[in-house]
Design a binder for this molecule. Structure first.
Ligand code: C2E
Ligand code: MG
Ligand code: MG
Ligand code: MG
Length: 288
């Protein structure tokens, strides 16, 4: 690999790399320019209160369309951005852009922004959030930061300090992908989470594994005891929704209601929300 083009920039000629690694290297190089070239944008997925059936907030999800590689999933490029150090710049852009779009078009909704564990540990994290709030005029209590459960393996003091500082600003904190990582009860009590997002993996099992329902009920009860709101991720079937409702889960997101979409489309969806009644479950596949 030959270094070229200034600090932090690598051009590779590496025939020994496999195809997968070559793709990662070209993603890394392209990612550094993606922001400048305006290739990044946000899509929004609504979060709906299951009992009242209202849209209560929306989650900003990053989208990248590369001119040659086409659409690249954040699940693929966020880890690359974390490794090559460009996550700070991208994360700051997402925060500001999300707050601006929400303040302009998502009146009355809270806004969820995914924050990478790497970003959370950076000393500039707090300034990024303050700048986003200032630039947009969004009230701090309307902003929620989603942090994926994986980080709590490391449990760094920097991350903990930043979480508490965010809370002091009035920002809400959600634990994303709960049930896939390693959170212990001690962590759940020590970290100042407002919201627990139950991972999509549980939704698949809800329909055919009886114990999955008991597990989800237990997660919801646990969250309640700890004073957290619960959100089910990846809800696709009316039967899943009904099981979640009976378990006392407060909110849901998923294709059953809407896929992530541009902010203007979400604005339209909300204007016509009265047409979206809660889907009826019909017969549940297993009796409760
Ligand atoms: P996440 O935060 O857990 O977001 C939920 C993912 O599930 C999104 O994928 C969403 O499109 C997808 N999803 C929502 N409802 C359903 C459903 O009913 N069925 C199925 N099969 N999928 C559903 P997406 O947008 O590809 O994002 C993947 C992950 O990438 C996110 O998981 C998040 O961890 C990360 N990510 C996305 N945007 C950002 C960002 O701006 N910053 C950071 N740091 N990470 C981001
Ligand atoms: Mg999320
Ligand atoms: Mg995630
Ligand atoms: Mg998630």
């Amino acid at each position: 690999a030959a270094k070229e083009g200034g600090r932090g920039r690598c051009e590779y000629f590496a025939p020994w790399l496999g195809e997968r690694n070559r793709r990662l290297v070209s993603i890394e190089q392209a990612l550094r320019d993606a922001l400048r070239r305006g290739e990044l944008c946000l899509h929004w997925q609504p979060r709906v209160d299951i009992e009242g059936w209202q849209v209560v907030s929306a989650e900003a999800l990053l989208r990248w369309r590369h001119p040659e590689l086409g659409h690249i999933s954040p699940a693929e490029f966020i880890p690359v951005a974390e490794k090559c150090g460009v996550i700070g710049e991208i994360g700051a852009w997402v925060l500001t852009q999300a707050c601006i779009e929400a303040q302009a078009l998502l009146t009355g909704l809270s806004v969820s922004v995914n924050v990478s564990p790497v970003q959370l540990m950076r000393p500039t994290m707090l300034d990024d959030v303050r700048r986003a709030l200032q630039a947009s005029g969004l009230a701090p209590h309307r902003l929620e930061v989603e942090i994926t459960e994986g980080i709590f393996i490391d449990d760094t003091p920097e991350a903990l300090a930043n979480l508490h500082a965010l809370k002091d600003l009035g920002v809400q904190i959600a634990l994303d992908d709960f049930g896939t990582g390693y959170s212990s009860l001690a962590y759940l009590r020590r970290f100042p989470f407002d919201t627990m997002k139950i991972d999509r993996a549980f939704m698949r099992e809800l329909l055919n594994q009886h114990d999955a329902r008991a597990i989800v009920r237990t997660i919801v009860d646990l969250a309640k005891v700890l004073g957290m709101r619960t959100v089910a991720e990846g809800v696709e079937e009316p039967a899943q929704l009904e099981i979640l409702r009976r378990a006392g889960c407060q909110d849901m997101q998923g294709y059953l209601v809407a896929r992530p979409m541009p902010v203007a489309e979400l604005h339209d969806l909300m204007a016509h929300w009265h047409l979206h009644a809660r889907p009826e479950p019909g017969e549940l596949p297993l009796s409760l």
